[in-house]
Design a protein around this ligand. Structure first.
Ligand SMILES: Nc1nc2c(ncn2[C@@H]2O[C@H](COP(=O)(O)OP(=O)(O)OP(=O)(O)O)[C@@H](O)[C@H]2O)c(=O)[nH]1
Length: 324
């Protein structure tokens, strides 16, 4: 979608900072919600189910003194399949290129093996400052939060100390609630201060530099995962096959034809997605269409197909074809 909006870079002085930050954390840690709160617009897709964030989606925070480009990575997790392994490698690659890593740890969950695994993985990117973000602070009382902050400090000292590290443990520990809007500005301040001196990297107003297709795929994926609790989210991959303006429409009433395929691993999963007499698929279509319309600002005709790609998670060739 092209817009006629003028491209303007913010006025800046020599103290302006700009760079990349990335959030990691176990599934459901609140990474996407925090990204959205910082950017101030729904860019990454959130859902109550784990691992909806598959692709690297960037939100950009524009401030007078700094520009923060947020690279939202999939949750790092202990890999069980080839796809899990690839996602982890992708995360490490991404983290090697950012200026600061934000490690999200929910205030209402005890630090567990998943968090320790991630802390261990972060030693693979030794020269990056790591800021611990203790998320969802609105969900716990003050004393529980204080305890969690101490536990987080301990985790940092155990894993992030020694050679090549810029701090003994986390560079900072910040409690934040993206939902209550509490301390979000402190997170932005802290991350901005860690960016290198640089003019803005992106023009103002850019919320994301990912192609719309990726976001459309995420919207369909989010809709498809809604209410499917007995199946792993990883069993679904969404591919946008085509997005073309319908020919012969009046200029003031455009329509976008969007053709999307949903890949599942087994026939039984296909049946779940389609539902009785296609009821679920219809529901997925309605929900996704609303989101896509909001995202792109045009009405869309959404054509959904469900395909069985047997064991796509384990099959390297198929993974390549699905864009991983
Ligand atoms: N009460 C409260 N809930 C939050 C907060 N931040 C996130 N949540 C909720 O926690 C759940 C997970 O949030 P996400 O932002 O999707 O988490 P994520 O880390 O991006 O998850 P993945 O994409 O699965 O890795 C959602 O239901 C959010 O609404 C917060 O500050 N307060």
């Amino acid at each position: 979608m092209s817009t006629d909006a003028e491209i303007t870079f913010a006025e800046h002085d020599e103290n302006h900072r700009a760079g990349f930050a990335s959030f990691v954390g176990r599934p459901n840690a609140g990474k996407s919600t925090l990204t959205n709160a910082l950017v101030g617009s729904k860019v990454a897709i959130t859902s109550s189910k784990p691992q909806t964030t598959r692709h690297t989606i960037r939100g950009i925070v524009h401030r007078e003194d700094a520009q923060l480009v947020l690279v939202d990575t999939p949750g790092l997790h202990r890999p069980r399949t080839l796809l899990g392994q690839r996602l982890n490698d992708l995360v490490i690659d991404t983290l090697s290129e950012v200026d600061v890593v934000g490690f999200c740890l929910p205030a209402d969950q005890k630090i567990g093996p998943g968090d320790r695994f991630i802390a261990g993985q972060l030693t693979k990117v030794p020269h990056k400052p790591v800021v611990a973000l203790v998320t969802k602070t609105d969900t716990v009382p003050r004393d529980a939060l204080a305890e969690q902050l101490m536990a987080v400090d301990q985790l940092g000292r155990e894993h992030l100390a020694g050679e090549g590290r810029q701090a003994d443990g986390f560079s900072a520990i910040i409690p934040v609630s993206a939902v209550a809007g509490d301390q979000v500005d402190v997170v932005a301040d802290e991350l901005a201060a860690m960016m290198p001196l640089s003019p803005p990297l992106y023009p103002q107003g850019d919320l994301t530099d990912e192609p719309e297709a990726v976001m459309v795929a995420e919207l369909v994926r989010e809709a498809a995962l809604e209410d499917v609790r007995d199946e792993l989210p990883h069993s679904i991959a969404v591919v946008v096959e085509e997005m073309v303006p319908r020919e012969g429409r009046p200029e003031d009433r455009p329509l976008l034809d969007v053709r999307v395929s949903i890949h599942v691993e087994r026939d039984s999963q296909k049946a779940i997605i389609i539902g009785r007499r296609g009821a679920r698929l219809k529901q997925i279509g309605t929900q996704a269409r609303e989101g896509i319309k909001k995202l792109l600002g045009t009405p869309v005709y959404l054509d959904l197909h469900v395909k069985v790609s047997k064991d796509w998670q384990r099959d390297a060739k198929k993974l390549g074809r699905l864009g991983f």
